[in-house]
Design a protein around this ligand. Structure first.
Ligand SMILES: [Zn+2]
Length: 284
């Protein structure tokens, strides 16, 4: 079983402000793509997901920074290949009816998890206003994925990106399944100590390989803190593809040639590539 736990769908022209799209160019050295129109994007998406058996797909809601993908759009995207995709809803907690939005996404649209972007939507994940949402997700067994770690968007507050904020959420809701995206870069150590102590908190390694020295050091920490079993595979498509991610993760050791530095274990990476993340998150 191969699972990509972190992929996106959005139509940039409808769901992102021009400023958000311009800021996204800070991501990689090459021009960044974060979505596309609903016709051709689906075909490109399915071709890119060919190496994986299942994939989790979501939009994101963060009006503060200029992205807002309606849940209906995500549900319609998933409906084109429901045997392959699992859709997550999103909420922007600054909207007064955000909890109704959640209920609609879960009950009417059949979305099976929640993607939150505290920095994109400008909220503190420990805010007590979110407790109703967390409690409901915990009771229903719906996993939550947080974008933790920094972002390209100029107006995204860094204070809401620190992965240790989830330590408090996990202490209040110990049975809530949560994933911290992107190892919470560049605060991977925060993420590692958080996922080590909380049995139901995981992290994904999506969209990190293009900073190979940083990722190498992060995976060395993952190894030393013995949290490999909590690491899930993701691509952050359309930012990267599963294929490119497999290849570049395996190539991390190339830069160590001629040194005695510890290698990233390919056996451990293979375990990540084949991890049944859906079962771990209660999604199978
Ligand atoms: Zn993402």
């Amino acid at each position: 079983m191969r699972v990509d736990i972190h992929t996106h769908t959005c139509d940039e022209s409808l769901h992102c402000t021009p400023e958000f799209i311009a800021d996204a160019q800070r991501m990689r050295a090459e021009p960044a793509t974060i979505g596309g129109d609903s016709g051709s994007y689906f075909d490109r998406y399915m071709a890119a997901m060919e190496p994986v058996d299942r994939c989790v797909v979501f939009g994101l809601k963060g009006r503060h920074t200029g992205i807002y993908v309606p849940d209906e759009y995500v549900a319609a995207f998933v409906a084109r290949a429901p045997e392959k995709m699992i859709g997550f809803l999103s909420v922007d907690p600054h909207e007064v009816d955000f909890f109704d939005d959640f209920e609609r996404g879960y009950t009417d649209l059949g979305l099976r998890g929640v993607k939150l972007g505290p920095t994109y939507a400008n909220f503190d994940p420990t805010d007590r206003r979110l407790d109703t949402l967390y409690a409901r997700c915990q009771r229903l067994g719906l996993p939550l994925m947080f974008h933790m770690g920094t972002t390209f968007a100029q107006h995204a507050p860094l204070r809401f990106t620190r992965p240790y904020l989830i330590d408090e959420v996990a202490s209040r809701f110990p049975d809530l399944k949560m994933v911290l995206a992107h190892l919470g870069h560049p605060w991977e150590a925060d993420t590692i100590v958080t996922i080590r102590k909380h049995p139901n908190v995981y992290a994904d390694i999506s969209a990190l390989f293009y900073r190979p020295w940083q990722l190498y050091n992060s995976l060395t920490l993952v190894d030393e803190y013995r949290v490999w079993p909590k690491i899930l595979f993701g691509s952050d498509y359309a930012v990267t593809t599963p294929d490119e991610s497999y290849r570049e993760l395996r190539a991390l050791n190339d830069m160590l040639e001629g040194t005695k530095l510890p290698r990233v274990s390919h056996d451990r990476l293979d375990e990540v590539f084949h991890r049944d993340s859906l079962s771990l998150l209660g999604l199978d």
